[in-house]
Write a protein that binds this ligand. Sequence first.
Ligand code: SF4
Length: 406
Amino acid sequence: MNTSPHPDTNFAAGGSAPDSMAPDTGKPGFGIYLHWPFCAAKCPYCDFNSHVRHAGIDQQAYVSAFQQEIAAMRLLSGPQVVTSIFFGGGTPSLMSPDTVGAILDAVRAAWVVPEGIEITLEANPSSVEAGRFRGYRQAGVNRVSMGVQALNDADLKRLGRLHDRAEALKAIGLARDIFPRMSFDLIYARPDQTADAWASELEEAISLAADHLSLYQLTIEEGTPFYGLHKAGKLIVPDGELSAELYELTRQVCERHGLPAYEVSNHARPGAESRHNLTYWRYGDYAGIGPGAHGRLSTKAGKIATATERTPEQWLKLVAENGHGMIETSELSATEQADELLLMGLRLREGIDLKRWRALSGRDLDRDRTDFLIHHGMIEQMGTDRIRCTPAGMLVLDAVVADLAI
Ligand code: SF4
């Protein structure tokens, strides 16, 4: 492993994004997001659109519904060249490789899918799911993103995960052997976690990772079991100060090992960034297919936001009735688009292109506000036409965006 810091990893020093990261050309691509909404069990911190169905799932029924919704989405998007495909969830590794293959075939029939584009599947590292990895590779998946979440059994248990450390290590090894690219997620700022414990766990994760890691802070979301426990004082998580320390530690350790943060929570060797997620953050277009998926499509009528029905069975019913499960297709005003560009783009280390923002909003950012945020070290200018958040600004990203968007 190359442990020398990348020459362009000094965040505070300004300058442009690393040369080897695909440059922001203003053409952020066209991604396909496919949502598989089922999980084997519900994790106590999770507020994603994920459902447990102990009676089993008729995968063939979902395949036909995906095929129909893909065709409907193609009508909305018009002909496009796909730049990435992403199976997210829920737990897409509960799909059989045949299901994945059939859905990929439907995507290829609807749009142009060039050979070799990034095709990612989110997977959980249980032994059963890892047993399907070769099948996914044969179906065309070339990148997995695994929900490892912790590298010790006590925390995995506390997070309600169904795998243990030994299974996670085995799945990571298998993924490295089978897929050209792989990433895994860890959650930090966990109950009782100290900075020292996280630093050594992170060092181990980096030694296991290929070239990409997603490192998320545990957040307590309303409506989850963790929310109730936290409110009742039975779940103590790191306070704001320790969370900020852990965030900074994460950034520094990853950078030292050549995996700088290219987004708030995502770290990669330059060139190994997730192309699909870059399309979101660079505010490109993406078709969101499957229960509870969201999309952004540029149509003749302008850029539209799409959303589909969240409950899987209700989504199936809607698709049977209408040929799709979309419950929202709304046109985005220029201001909404400019706000979204800001919200997504400031997550990135490369920041945003102000020319593009001006073209959308029809105005300049408020000079007094930008000067104020620059003065307080929250954002920084990169040349004349780019700004980005500093690491300090990333910690209060929502407030920075709210301040600039006005
Ligand atoms: S496996 Fe992922 S999507 Fe499913 S419940 Fe757990 S955190 Fe949520």
